[in-house]
Ligand binder design. Structure first.
Ligand code: NI
Length: 258
């Protein structure tokens, strides 16, 4: 295997990596083509930038995750805008809507902060990394009404083929991670089978959602390879070629990555 995978979504700022983060990064340098670490608030966005400054194969995204927006202040948008000019900040994310946890933040507030960050992405001309959990309807409405001039990826895509068709029509990429390897994930695999090769990104969402056969253990960006191998099986195609293509897709979408 010569082609190396690119992990388009991993949270190396997680406490799960506190004990051995530097060792993990040192190993990853050999194992993967690159990775993007999205932020979920100010603190994690800043950490992502720190990693990107330390490791040449690491890139950062900055943003406020829907589960964190209760703490977000208006000034934080200015902070994101400043950070967006950093040469290794390649996207605004992860941002979006999460209707799975009722107590995470009121839906109106989630939508307000999401739309503000979409406007920011348009203004600074960066792609967006979208988190959409059980909010497909509102998500489509928002993009139909305010999606003009935006590009991005729906990370860890979990919707239907029908919703995927809508998103692909709008030009979005779809990210597939460990959950696409789970036994009960037929719905995700039907989308994975359907998506054109030039719109697929791979990811881990480390430290969560660890692919089979390591499900339940800590995830790590090197396991993107397991996700890609599974995807090649599902699509009945050559894995090397699929990995190369998906890395090309990363560079096309996140144009600050060379
Ligand atoms: Ni994430």
């Amino acid at each position: 295997m010569s082609a190396k995978v690119f992990d388009s979504h991993a949270h190396m700022d997680s406490d799960y990596f506190d004990a051995d983060r530097e060792e993990v990064f040192a190993k990853l340098r050999q194992e993967i083509a690159g990775m993007i670490n999205p932020g979920c608030d100010n603190e994690t966005s800043f950490k992502a930038i720190t990693y990107a400054e330390t490791y040449d194969f690491v890139y950062a995204a900055v943003g406020w995750h829907p589960e964190e927006v209760l703490r977000m202040q208006d000034d934080d948008l200015k902070k994101l805008e400043e950070w967006s000019k950093h040469p290794k900040v390649v996207a605004i994310g992860e941002i979006g809507l999460d209707y799975y946890y009722d107590d995470c933040a009121p839906r109106d507030l989630q939508k307000k902060r999401f739309i503000e960050q979409l406007d920011l992405a348009r203004r600074v001309d960066l792609p967006v990394i979208i988190h959409d959990r059980d909010a497909h309807g509102d998500m489509l409405d928002i993009f139909h009404n305010e999606g003009k001039g935006l590009r991005g990826v729906f990370h860890c895509y979990s919707g239907s083929v029908e919703t995927a068709k809508e998103l692909l029509k709008m030009g979005f990429y779809l990210g597939f991670g460990g959950s696409s390897t789970f036994k009960n994930a037929e719905k995700v695999r039907s989308v994975l089978k359907y998506v054109p090769e030039d719109r697929i990104l791979f990811e881990t969402d480390s430290p969560y959602l660890t692919p089979v056969p390591y499900r339940g253990k800590r995830n790590n960006p090197a396991y993107t390879l397991l996700v890609a191998k599974n995807a090649a099986l599902v699509r009945n195609t050559d894995v090397e070629n699929l990995i190369e293509k998906s890395t090309e897709n990363v560079k096309k979408l996140f144009s600050k990555i060379s």
